[in-house]
Design a protein around this ligand. Structure first.
Ligand SMILES: [Zn+2]
Length: 116
């Protein structure tokens, strides 16, 4: 479902589902922070309080763990959010007409691209 690391493909390669409904926005970053960054921050604080290590210990343990731990879950979380949007037919309340108009415009534009 991904064309690049976090870039969604236009359509599913297996079932040709149009991913135009997918708008997880900053959801993956939010869940990545909640699931990984906050607990790891507490671990880093505990490490500091319990052992009082020199500062460089955090540079080689806490910092890389935080960065990698926040970046690697982004793709699976984004896939999960897009799947949830599809399964739950999620969209902002009251924007059904706007979505229909936007998608109609997008289809017109993509059809125009194919012609021209
Ligand atoms: Zn599919």
């Amino acid at each position: 479902m991904f064309r690049k690391w976090l870039k969604l493909a236009d359509r599913c390669a297996v079932c040709d589902l149009d991913y135009c409904f997918a708008a997880p926005d900053d959801g993956p970053a939010f869940f990545s922070l909640c699931i990984v960054a906050f607990p790891l921050t507490f671990v880093a604080v505990w490490l500091q309080a319990a052992f009082e290590p020199p500062f460089w210990v955090h540079l080689v343990t806490s910092l890389p763990l935080l960065v990698l731990g926040c970046i690697f879950p982004l793709q699976p979380i984004k896939g999960w959010l897009v799947a949830s949007q599809y399964v739950n037919k999620a969209q902002e309340a009251g924007t059904e007409k706007l979505w229909a108009k936007l998608h109609a415009d997008a289809r017109k534009t993509s059809l125009g691209d194919r012609d021209g």
